[in-house]
Design a protein around this ligand. Structure first.
Ligand code: AMP
Length: 281
């Protein structure tokens, strides 16, 4: 396994692989790898000749009052995991390497961003599509792997790939969870032990929502209120949003039918957590 920190070296290596006709599986991450990331690596390993992992905590997708500085990092542990998962290359650039000049062109996400995390985190998805545009041009992947834990991100990236004609196939992978249902996340380490216990209620609340939908509940507001009261009863978190939209278009719905995403975001003392389920009825 090789680690590259410069764009020029990474691109040179990719060019050589492409000239040999190799397919390239790409897993973009912000590091501090856990089983969620490992699931993506395994899938990409199975489906491609070459596996590239990027580790880059992208400042552009963090708002001024968000947790950029507190975002956990452990490159040595990530490197070990990457070796275990038979990664061929890690791309691990510095912020200066990625954003060395002030940009003359920007990439802006226009659709699927005025709801959920896009609404709570203005500019977040512009940062995501900007860094991915750069990464796609550096890595030139055949297939790129994202987790449905960030289902809105999957929807936005789907738009990016289609609008800009990137010759890459988007693969969306199911959310990997702890045994109590909490979605694995690098941010979970910043929960206090009591918050960690309570955080399992996020998935329980979504499951409650799923069972109500399956039982025939069609009233969006009633469903949201039930979930909100469950979270208020069982956690000390503050609800950022609980919402229901069509998926992947993320259009508002009043009556629940078809493929919908039930998504929520809550704030604990130091961490904001998100989770979702997609229900097809
Ligand atoms: P991050 O490092 O948080 O930017 O995540 C990198 C990729 O891993 C994204 O595509 C995430 O959606 C995905 N991911 C993060 N957590 C999970 C999880 N629990 N299950 C599946 N994929 C995940």
């Amino acid at each position: 396994m090789k680690v590259f920190t410069t764009i020029a070296e990474m691109q040179r290596e990719i060019l050589t692989e492409k000239q040999k006709g190799k397919t390239i599986g790409f897993v973009p991450t912000m590091g501090f790898l856990h089983e969620g990331h490992i699931g993506l690596l395994k899938k990409a390993r199975q489906e491609n000749d070459i596996l590239v992992l990027s580790i880059f905590v992208n400042p552009l997708q963090f708002g001024p009052s968000e947790d950029l500085d507190a975002y956990p990092r452990d490159f040595e542990k990530d490197r070990q995991i990457a070796i275990q998962e038979k990664t061929d290359y890690i791309f691990f650039p510095s912020v200066d390497e990625m954003y060395s000049t002030s940009p003359s062109v920007g990439v802006i996400a226009k659709e699927r961003v005025n709801v959920l995390c896009g609404k709570s985190r203005p500019g977040h998805f512009d940062g995501v599509v900007t860094v991915l545009t750069k990464l796609f041009n550096i890595i030139q992947p055949t297939r790129v792997y994202f987790g449905l834990k960030d289902a809105q991100q999957v929807a936005v990236v789907d738009g990016l790939i289609k609008d800009f004609h990137f010759p890459v196939q988007l693969k969306a992978i199911e959310t990997v969870r702890e045994s109590d249902g909490l979605a694995k996340s690098s941010r979970n380490v910043n929960l206090t032990p009591e918050e960690r216990r309570q955080a399992a209620e996020l998935y329980r609340a979504l499951e409650l929502g799923r069972s109500l939908i399956k039982k025939g509940e069609t009233d969006r507001l009633k469903l949201i209120q039930t979930i909100e009261s469950h979270l208020k009863k069982t956690t000390e978190s503050t609800v950022d949003y609980i919402e229901l939209y069509t998926y992947p278009d993320l259009k508002p719905i009043e009556e629940i039918k078809g493929k919908v995403i039930l998504a929520l975001a809550v704030k604990f003392s130091k961490v904001r957590l998100i989770d979702n389920i997609i229900v097809d009825i």
